[in-house]
Unconditional design. Structure first.
Length: 433
């Protein structure tokens, strides 16, 4: 099956990165009178590791942190995102020095570097998914699926509006992990195993629950118990290279553990314990599913209804016994339960519940299966699909491009949400957000 060449990938990547980064820069410059918001809140927590190392040479007084009794600052965020940002940060640092620009880490070249970095990893994630989907589906099905996944969900928001948050980085790493799982089952060996190990190691460093994605390795292409037995037999025969996975997790955690130990005397801590508010899974027995899925303050399905295609795709996979429906189901249900149990189920400043952006690569295949099935159906179903998908993509892009901070305040409810939809469809006049 014909696939894209390296030259085509580079050209499409450059176009994607330039276009999205340009709109990001213009948006923030116009509406926020400066770009520092790109590295505010959680994004600042990640990025300040780089500023501490390359500019201040002091990792114990990072400003966006919890102040300990001895006056040092405990950064509750891990350094995983900073690790992926570091090549872009180094270039930004060199450019700032070369042209005499401010080198405070939060202006000019540094912020542009974060924007380019986030868009770059989003593109790499999409490229890896493209290569995987093209092994099974037509170019048309692949492009429509990825178009919906990017433009029809909140992935576009966290690429375009929040490139400093962790989500595009986790999206890339999970895409990389799934890609390497396919490679490992096709050609088991150290190369694919090491790629899996690196992806999982950094994912665990970004957010420990991301290790849940490891289920995909065991349940790859499993739709029956017979498939599971086959996988377990395969993995038992080729288990040696998989030793690299726990080894990589330990290696990537060493710098983080050294940082924790220097501040607390412990090599492993719950970083959320060192926070200004109590954080934890406080709703284990009373999970807030409605808030996570349908709440006006970032309900996932309320803002990204096109992901329902993936739900339908999982049902299709179970019926036809194709793909990895058990892996997708377990990862999706467990992820939903974890967020519904978190002390702040909506994740506060979250457009369409940002936590699910990370696992979109898992949904790509079921979404492609159902999309392919629709495209092979009659003209009525295809026309309905194109019309509805087009409308929902438009609404997704409109809301992503026009939302202003803070949309999670008490005045924002279902009525305001509907007014905003009406504004997008030119049914009501512009409303202040």
């Amino acid at each position: 099956m014909k696939t894209i060449t390296i030259k085509q990938a580079i050209i499409s990547g450059i176009i994607f990165i330039i276009v999205v980064s340009f709109f990001t820069y213009v948006k923030y410059h116009r509406y926020h009178q400066g770009l520092s918001i790109v590295v505010s809140s959680d994004a600042e927590g990640y990025n300040q590791y780089l500023t501490a190392v390359f500019i201040h040479n002091d990792i114990f007084h990072q400003p966006f942190s919890f102040v300990l009794d001895d006056g040092r600052f405990f950064n509750k965020y891990n350094y995983g995102v900073a690790l992926l940002q570091s090549p872009f940060y180094i270039v930004s640092h060199l450019v700032s020095k070369l042209f005499g620009l401010p080198n405070d880490g939060k202006l000019n070249a540094y912020i542009v570097g974060v924007i380019l970095c986030g868009v770059f990893y989003a593109y790499l994630g999409l490229l890896l998914l493209f290569k995987l989907l093209r092994r099974k589906f037509s170019l048309k099905t692949t492009l429509i699926t990825l178009g919906i996944l990017f433009l029809g969900t909140n992935l576009v928001f966290y690429t375009y509006r929040e490139p400093g948050m962790s989500h595009v980085y986790a999206f890339f790493l999970i895409s990389l992990f799934i890609y390497s799982v396919h490679k490992y089952y096709d050609q088991p060996g150290w190369t694919a195993a090491i790629i899996m190990a690196v992806a999982l190691g950094i994912l665990a460093l970004i957010r420990l629950p991301h290790l849940l994605i490891g289920i995909y390795l065991v349940l790859f292409r499993v739709s029956s118990f017979r498939d599971l037995r086959k996988n377990l037999h395969f993995l038992s025969n080729y288990w040696v290279p998989l030793i690299s996975i726990p080894l990589a997790i330990v290696i990537f955690y060493i710098p983080q553990s050294l940082y924790w130990h220097a501040l607390t005397g412990k090599i492993f801590v719950n970083p959320y314990h060192y926070s200004n508010v109590a954080e934890g899974f406080f709703f284990w027995k009373n999970p807030q599913f409605k808030t996570v899925l349908f709440g006006p303050h970032g309900g996932w399905l309320l803002y990204s209804p096109l992901v329902l295609l993936a739900f339908a795709g999982v049902v299709y996979q179970f019926r036809k016994r194709v793909g990895s429906p058990w892996a997708v189901s377990i990862i999706l249900l467990t992820t939903t339960y974890l967020y519904a149990s978190w002390w702040l189920p909506s994740l506060a400043a979250s457009f369409g519940h940002r936590g699910f952006v990370d696992i979109y690569p898992v949904l790509a295949f079921p979404m492609a299966w159902i999309t392919d099935r629709i495209l092979r159906s009659g003209i009525l179903l295809k026309t309905t699909f194109y019309s509805l998908a087009g409308l929902l993509v438009y609404l997704s892009v409109f809301m992503s491009f026009n939302f202003k901070y803070p949309w999670w305040n008490q005045d924002w409810g279902y009525g305001t949400y509907l007014d905003f939809i009406g504004m997008a469809l030119f049914l009501v006049p512009g409303i202040p957000i």
